[in-house]
Write a new protein. Structure first.
Length: 216
């Protein structure tokens, strides 16, 4: 009476229609299974072949900073040495003007000693005591000057040196070679190896040839 019940799965597909696949093509279960694109040349993900531009800039700035620091340290060291030299010169030459003003006192003491004849010193006790007192005063003054770097210039019997001697006269003499100091009018002095006052001297000169032959 009733027709046979059919299963939908067993129902034939309409003519001209392709049967549906049992399961659709499954996509890859894991993304890692998908094919990875090959790395491209020049990609930032590849290993670096050298320092970047930023690194090069930082290295250049560091080198410039080091050079600047070295220069500044050298300038500071030069300034320190210059200050030390100036302080040393100040200590050495601080009494230059005072020493120059006190030298005439030493000259007068020496003139007083030279004014006392040697023979009278031996026969006159008063002159002898005066000579001893003045000589002791001169010796003490010279010692004080030497303590502060003031030294007498050695001139007598030395070759004439225009750096330390001032020639006041030339005399012909056979007792010394030409150009030798044969007399000192006034002692010269130096302070810390710098000329404070030249020595005033008399210098020997050679006699004319004819005069030498006549003396011979």
């Amino acid at each position: 009476m009733f027709g046979k019940k059919t299963n939908p799965a067993e129902t034939a597909a309409p003519e001209g229609t392709a049967p549906a696949p049992e399961t659709a093509a499954a996509a890859p279960a894991d993304a890692s299974e998908a094919a990875e694109p090959p790395p491209q040349s020049g990609s930032s993900s590849g290993p670096s072949s050298g320092p970047s531009a930023r690194e090069q800039q930082l290295e250049a700035e560091l080198a410039q900073f080091k050079d600047s620091m070295i220069r500044q340290l050298a300038e500071v060291e030069n300034a320190r040495k210059r200050a030390e030299r100036e302080m040393d010169d100040l200590r050495k030459f601080a009494i230059t003007n005072f020493a120059r003003d006190i030298l005439p006192v030493a000259d007068n003491l020496r003139r007083a000693l030279d004014a006392i004849p040697a023979d009278q010193r031996e026969t006159n006790p008063a002159l002898k005591n005066l000579f001893i007192g003045v000589e002791a005063t001169e010796r003490q003054l010279v010692g004080t000057l030497e303590k502060f770097g003031v030294q007498a210039v050695v001139a007598m019997g030395q070759p004439f040196d225009p750096n330390f001697h001032q020639a006041m006269q030339e005399v012909e003499t056979a007792d010394a070679p030409a150009g030798t100091v044969v007399q000192v009018y006034q002692n010269g002095y130096t302070i810390a190896d710098r000329l404070l006052r030249p020595a005033l001297v008399v210098v020997a000169k050679a006699a004319p040839a004819g005069k030498v032959d006549q003396q011979a």
